[in-house]
Design a protein around this ligand. Sequence first.
Ligand code: ACO
Ligand code: PYR
Length: 538
Amino acid sequence: MSKSISIFDTTLRDGTQGEGVSLSADDKVKIAKKLDALGVHYIEGGIPGSNSKDIEFFKRVQELRLTSKITAFGSTRRKGSVAEQDANLKRILESGVQAATLVGKSWDFHVHTALQTTLEENLSMIYDSIAFLKQKGLEVIFDAEHFFDGYKNNPEYAVAVLSKAREAGADWLVMCDTNGGSLPHEISQIVTSLQGPLPGANLGIHTHNDCELAVANTLSAVQAGVRHVQGTMNGYGERCGNANLCSIIPNLQLKLGYECIGEENLRTLTNTARYISEIANVNMPVNQPYVGNAAFAHKGGIHVSAILRDSRTYEHIEPEKVGNKQRVLVSELAGQSNVVSKAQDMGIALDPASEQSKHIIGKIKELEHEGYQFEGADASLELLLREASGELKELFTFESFKMLVEKAAGQPVVSEAFVKVNVAGESIYTAAEGNGPVNALDNALRKALVQYFPTLKEMHLADYKVRVLDDKDATAAKVRVLIESKNFENSWNTVGVSSNVIEASWEALVDSMRYALLGQISPEHVHAAEKRQGLVNH
Ligand SMILES: CC(=O)SCCNC(=O)CCNC(=O)[C@H](O)C(C)(C)COP(=O)(O)OP(=O)(O)OC[C@H]1O[C@@H](n2cnc3c(N)ncnc32)[C@H](O)[C@@H]1OP(=O)(O)O
Ligand SMILES: CC(=O)C(=O)O
């Protein structure tokens, strides 16, 4: 039996039925290009009978001449009408696609309850609609909605639906686990049972994740003989989502030896998944298998010590095969290996056997106990490691700060910060306003430093997160502030902890600037060098 699987992506249709996922025509075009580059065989673009955004997408995507086939989705004709007059079928034709996905009922209960028609009329709706589109020269993928629930309730009818679709000329007969309630062994048994009534049929699978089994159910169907797999990127979709292609494709290709998108394209999977999550504006869970940030991240000291000897000790595949990478995290669960490996990544020489490395681990554990978290604050960790290894040159030191927050009735709240820092032996005092206390502190600190270090003009704060660490004693609870900073090329994260949110923010802010200034020369040295060259005379 062929080991090629046709991959059908419905991120742009079923994916957008997921809560919180909404894509403009422009977003859809961008995602379609990316999916095409990934090498999926079909891209279901939307429902031309539903909205003008999808109509615009189908118009624009034709101009791109993608390799993936674009399909338009719609349901079978309405009951008691004729296919030629059906508004949804007409819209599919007008969309200019060469392939259509038609959804039809295959559960008798749905025919009676949702459609409120007879079983015979539903069969005619399926036959007429597929035959009409085939007559117009389209490839037709028939999605048998609720196929598995239908089969459990009335197997003869569910099979009659697929047979009718085949008779009408459907190119693929796709069995849908629409409510996502099936288990892998049921999928396997039902798919296998079709070999008798539908010998040699082109079967496909479309599953939902309501029992967190959509990927497992898809694999079961493939092992029972289906050769067409529908799913979405990152598992977006109605309710709990669709089968996640980011897991299905590597499972099929790397574990089961099926050909899906090829080895080279598979290496772009992580980038594609992350790009789509950015466009969809949906945060990707860090622990998402294969493509998540933590999919190959190692935290426990015992794990890190072993992966440094051989990655296979704690990795089921080489991360590069799906375009991901190994990461080592540093936390209170760290051992020497984590810290030494992290230091190496940062270009800091640290002897694993030294007292110095033991001291650093002790220090990290102590700080994590106090509430610091270095997993999400690489820049603060690097400062700590450089400081402990004696490599850090401080370019400024803190003297004091003061805050004023004022609110008068009917007036907007005003925040002002006063900051005193010392640069090259000189005490600098600045004041600045901001749209909040942290912004005011950032502005005042920057104002003090930028005259000495102009590169600070290029950086800005990109994200700010506060977490309450101990709510047993509400007012004395500690907070942890995480700040993400960016310049044109890089982003870096810093952390601060205190029972006072302003102090915690200050600490993270100062670290952010200390990190931005790593490798810069102190103004004292610049001044001394200029003096040597006779550029200044004092
Ligand atoms: C399993 C799936 O995911 S199927 C895809 C689901 N996705 C969507 O529904 C998103 C896009 N949907 C839409 O924009 C709209 O629902 C439309 C344009 C398709 C239809 O809108 P409306 O005409 O207002 O109908 P409405 O959404 O209220 O109800 C669905 C109608 O489709 C009919 N219908 C449902 N499934 C089918 C089917 N397989 N074949 C024929 N008709 C069907 C229903 O009987 C109902 O018609 P009725 O009100 O005459 O009984
Ligand atoms: C067709 C489809 O999306 C489903 O049955 O779930």
